[in-house]
Design a protein around this ligand. Sequence first.
Ligand code: URP
Ligand code: ZN
Ligand code: ZN
Ligand code: ZN
Length: 493
Amino acid sequence: GGGKLLIKGGIVVNEDVEMISDILIDNGHIQLIATEIAADSETRVVDARGKYVMPGGIDPHTHLEMPFMGEVACDTFATGHQAALAGGTTMHIDFALPVDGSLVKGWEEWRKKAAKANMDYGFHMAVTAWNDKVAEEMEYLAKNKGVNSYKFFMAYKGALMVTDEQLVEGFRHCKKIGALAQVHAENGDAVAAGQKYIAEELQILGPEGHALSRPAILEVEATERAINLAAWVNTPLYVVHVMSKGAMEAVARARQAGYRIIGEPTAAGLTLDESKMWDPDFKTAAAHVMSPPIRKHDVDGIALQNALKNRVLSLVATDHAVFNSTQKAKGKHDFRVLPNGVNGLEERIPVLWTTMVNTGKITPMDFVRITSTEAARIFNVYPQKGVIREGSDADLYVLDPTVEYTISPQTHHSALDTNVFEGIKCRGKVVTTISRGDIVWDNNQLFTKDGRGQYIETKPFSPYLFGGLEQEEALKRAEMNAPVKRNLDKIYA
Ligand code: URP
Ligand code: ZN
Ligand code: ZN
Ligand code: ZN
């Protein structure tokens, strides 16, 4: 950041405290938090009286410029970041895909895409095959390139999907290298059979076929299976885009039993309804197609909201993966080739504030936890990110709780020509966003530039935390006991 910045008189919110305070920012960092800080002549002052000042949003799940289903997601690291900054999000973790079967090449490719970054970003990597090279590259990226999370797809058969055997091998390897395993939990074989049935037997080819062919029960089945396999390996598991009440309940049962399972709902899953996939306007229906599908709001959406409130689910992502209406039109005559994905980078914060804080469901402190702090902790970038604290990066935003506005693709900042949140009336608007001490969004205007965002390494976890030492312990115990017990000790360790 450039000069000094002073944010005056705002309601400063962290996950554990709310206080009226001034914040002095210098050189990209939070320098001082105190009740009355005087400004010198070089200091720019932001008047935040009557407004909330919160840690910049961290979106733990996005797909910018992702090649997928024959298209490339139309938000780049420039447009996606501009949208994010206009909505109070100052960091995200994007999913890099392997290139030519190489995770390292994939990581390099995503770094090139991110040369245009307007805000800070980190990477997860998708693991779409299993062999020695993949295992070595995971270890290399975890140790040297700051990638501590790996996503396994249990769906998208014939493209990204892995088998259960590969899943178990992958989980075991994540545990070994101190990385967090993540799953896209849908039964891809059953989805393939369901798609065939819906499209070929029932002749349903419109976007509603997407919802019909991948019901919640297939998400529940895969979520339970992934949880059981992770429990067997004894490694933590992060379930991305939990979309159904049933999948949430699987997470709840596992957590109650003491397993380290993290469940991530999405902004769309929490607030929208599946009926939009039946919209007679193809463009609207197609815009809502994502996997797993958006479910019933009254049943699933509300249950997901309650689970967030009760800390059964941990944090909120967007799964921002956007294809414009021309790209979506590819699936006009067959939902099976309709590119999957919805928007949310710009809307996550105002829509959740409106839905969950304004209704009294959660406090502003809870809001900070689920939109920022928890993501920073889970991916090991806390307290550099996720908190307003002296020494932390000056990533924060000012939200005016009195401003009302309606979400529209005409006024949003994404490259997308549709918006699944269109028409939602928000009360509470992000009026100023600060990224590493720079005012990048203020008074409805962006002040940012391509290339200003930095890559944030997410460091591997302690092997002890991840149970990595127990194998060694088990072998030692086996040594001390009768040789005949050795195999059992290994198996049940
Ligand atoms: O429909 C979705 N979710 N598209 C993005 C890829 C994924 O599965 O997260
Ligand atoms: Zn997914
Ligand atoms: Zn995704
Ligand atoms: Zn720093």
